[in-house]
Design a binder for this molecule. Structure first.
Ligand SMILES: *[C@@H]1O[C@H](CO)[C@@H](O)[C@H](O)[C@H]1NC(C)=O
Length: 359
């Protein structure tokens, strides 16, 4: 197979992978599969504000990535916020939705959904002020951070992990409790011209609450090209807080060392051992990539130890562009024979006679 055929095959493989790895709407909105409507709504709100094209500052590339993300978030919300569409999506996936959509007119664009949700203007910008501040004041439970150990192969192909999670859930309990307490400064007149100021706590009465542990299954989608240290977030799945919002549940990608490959950004490094004869006379060799497909390296001339062969497009897939990939660098190690017989030595001397006279 020549280089061209080979890269065609690779392209085919990569497109298959990226089709498989089409992003799940629940993943996009950072909520578990069974998420309630209100959780989906809150998460959309947070993400839409975060990735709205008017709000993202940075390089053109970052803005483009954010715009793409914004469109994804809006599309996912459009589906998951509509009972019928969500049911179809849960059962038949995106394909099912496409067939469904062919009947009626498709949904509006991302900006339409955004303005339907927020009612026109941009919250926190000009006229709409306050919304962002209000959000910051809501007390939030702690984020739960969990290391997720993945192999390089998981990051190359993408992989779904199912984890069981024991989570405290707030349940109504008998009795009442004080809640939403606020400190108020009260001024009392003690006598003529004598005032005393003191703080007083004002509370409301709320239904008592107890936390019960519930087990749920969470599917974590590790997408191809994800980086070490990247976070996979489940919105409001962290520690709950009385009278506040729960924190988030964050899985942090930790790459396990691989026996044969090392990752360097989007590139891969590989140590390729060849024989002394191959080093001197040229060679064609193949080795297995992370998913088992073969990578070919060849040299016509002399190869020295430490020499590096670059194989384009055989690195890691890019997270934001799964059809593109980094490169692979194969560093040559030459396997020398442990020893030569006298006859072999003579033969070698004869072959190389006169070649190194300058040394
Ligand atoms: C290649 O070999 C060198 C030297 O033994 C080692 O430091 C490096 O980690 C190896 N690289 C890979 C990709 O295994």
């Amino acid at each position: 197979m020549d280089r061209k055929q080979f890269s065609q095959l690779l392209l085919l493989l990569l497109t298959t992978f990226s089709a498989l790895a089409a992003k799940d709407f629940y993943d996009i909105l950072q909520v578990p599969k069974g998420a309630s409507d209100s959780l989906i709504k809150r998460s959309y709100r947070k993400l839409a504000l975060q990735y709205h094209p008017d709000k993202v500052k940075g390089t053109e590339e970052e803005k483009t990535a954010a715009a793409k993300r914004f469109a994804e978030i809006s599309h996912a919300y459009e589906v998951l916020s509509d009972d019928e569409k969500r049911r179809i999506y849960d059962r038949y996936g995106e394909e099912g939705l496409k067939q469904h959509d062919q009947g009626g007119g498709g949904g509006g664009g991302a900006a339409d959904i955004f303005s339907q949700f927020f009612g026109g203007g941009f919250p926190g910008f000009g006229g709409f002020g306050g919304m962002g501040d209000e959000e910051e004041q809501t007390p939030k439970g702690d984020d739960v951070r969990v290391d997720l150990e993945v192999t390089l192969k998981d990051l190359y192909l993408g992989h779904q992990f199912k984890v069981m999670r024991d989570k405290p859930v707030a349940k109504p309990a008998p009795g009442k409790r004080k809640c939403n307490c606020r400190n108020k400064v009260v001024t009392r007149q003690l006598g003529p011209g004598m005032f005393q100021q003191f703080q007083q706590q004002e509370c409301q009465e709320c239904q008592n609450i107890k936390f019960e542990r519930e087990t749920e299954t969470i599917t974590i989608s590790v997408e191809s090209g994800m980086r070490n240290g990247q976070e996979i977030v489940f919105f409001e799945e962290g520690e709950p807080l009385l009278d506040g919002e729960p924190g988030d549940l964050k899985f942090i990608v930790r790459t396990l060392p691989h026996k044969r490959f090392q990752r360097d950004g989007n590139d891969l490094k590989y140590n390729l051992t060849i024989s002394l004869v191959d080093a001197l006379t040229g060679f064609t060799t193949e080795f297995e990539h992370l998913d088992g497909h073969k990578v070919k390296v060849e040299a016509a001339g002399v190869t020295i130890p430490g020499q590096v062969f670059k194989v384009e497009g055989e690195g890691m897939p890019l997270f934001d562009h799964p059809n593109k990939a980094g490169d692979l660098y194969a560093t040559i190690t030459v396997a020398f024979p442990a020893k030569l017989s006298e006859a072999q030595k003579d033969a070698v001397r004869k072959v190389f006679k006169g070649m190194h006279d300058e040394l």
